[in-house]
Design a protein. Structure first.
Length: 372
């Protein structure tokens, strides 16, 4: 068992080292794009917008805090008896997991999400936390699909767009129209991709012990997800309502920021809604870029000009958004340190859990508060 742990640890470190150069390249490209965008928009104009925001940044932090709160509450509502999770633990787990996803390149999905379940493992069993997290993410993904579809439709119908942006909007709608029915069909038919793949692998690998264990865990996870609605149909609307509140708080945040920083054009709820929906597209598409550096500024600046604002206003909006992300990431990092973990230990823990469910059987640490 000790040899397996050591071997898995070495494999995880090797995998992390292989991804590190790729993450560094994306970070450098993002910084170059950031510098180009800021210079093109005008440094003085951006600084002026930030100065006009001033203490209004505290209001931005409050609105962004609402988003963390509602998704944490949604997570707690996805647990089934006999398990339950306190709001405080869910909020801390979410902040710590998001912090890892923000600061570690290419880690958003492979490390960030499993780590959230690991960080609350002293309150609920790991599989219970992962199942509830997966269910919450399904609700969130559904809300994102609806939000982006509505935003792209509003953009196409309300503003004349240059060809590249128009094609991008149509492309987003096309992707949604393809993915949404497929996702609905998967849930309706309750297709068990993960356990089926492991069954197929087990038949060809001679029934190895680790495949059997991984298959059992994958099947448990899938049954928990698919059976949740049948057992808890009354929770569907409250959870979806919380996810909708997440997006509404985002629109309110954009509207408030523009109110402070835009000198010439007054924002409307429509422009704030469109900017937030496009920002959601950027987040989904460029999640592998740390803090979406450069990409967010370029996209927001380009869209702001189309919506009638100065390009500098859109770039400033993205920079304010980045400052907000850095604030919450710092909170998450402080919580990780309080647990007695280092960044590397927390990231390795998330990788171990992801591998443990899908591929390997390496036992994760006995407590998320374990040493680094």
């Amino acid at each position: 068992m000790i040899r397996k742990r050591m071997s898995n640890s070495r494999n995880q470190n090797s995998s992390t080292k292989k991804l590190a150069p790729v993450g560094i390249i994306f970070s450098i490209l993002g910084l170059l794009l950031f510098a180009y965008t800021v210079r093109n928009a005008g440094v003085a104009q951006i600084i002026g917008g930030i100065q006009r925001l001033g203490a209004g940044f505290l209001l931005i932090l409050m609105l962004s805090g609402i988003r963390h709160v509602v998704r944490s509450i949604a997570w707690t509502k996805c647990f089934e008896p006999p398990y339950s999770l306190r709001f405080r633990d869910a909020l801390e787990g979410r902040l710590m997991g998001d912090a890892l996803g923000n600061v570690i390149p290419l880690a958003s999905m492979a490390v960030s999400e499993p780590s959230k379940a690991a960080f609350v493992r002293h309150r609920v069993p790991l599989m219970a936390g992962l199942s509830a997290l997966a269910i919450e993410n399904i609700f969130y993904s559904l809300s994102v699909v609806l939000f982006i579809f509505s935003g792209m439709t509003a953009l196409l119908l309300s503003f004349p767009l240059p060809k590249p942006l128009r094609y991008a909007a149509f492309g987003s709608l096309l992707v949604i129209l393809l993915i949404a029915p497929l996702g609905y069909l998967v849930i309706l038919r309750q297709w068990k991709f993960l356990s089926s793949a492991l069954t197929w692998l087990g038949k060809r690998a001679g029934g190895r012990a680790w495949i059997e264990v991984a298959h059992a865990r994958a099947l448990t996870l899938e049954e928990s997800i698919y059976g949740f609605y049948e057992r808890n149909s009354g929770r569907f609307l409250p959870i979806m309502g919380l996810e909708v509140c997440f997006h509404l708080a985002g629109v309110a945040e954009v509207y408030t920021t523009l109110t402070f920083i835009s000198e010439t054009v007054a924002p409307t709820l429509l422009t704030a809604f469109i900017l937030e929906s496009v920002n959601r597209v950027i987040i989904v598409t460029f999640k592998f870029v740390p803090f979406r550096t450069g990409v967010d500024e370029y996209g927001s600046g380009t869209l702001a000009k189309v919506l009638g604002f100065a390009r500098a206003t859109g770039v400033t909006l993205a920079i304010v958004r980045k400052a907000r992300d850095i604030f919450w990431t710092t909170i998450g990092m402080l919580l990780i340190v309080r647990r007695g973990l280092t960044l590397r230990a927390a990231a390795t823990q998330g990788e171990a859990i992801a591998d443990d469910i899908v591929i390997k059987t390496a036992p994760a640490p006995t407590s998320p508060a374990g040493g680094s």
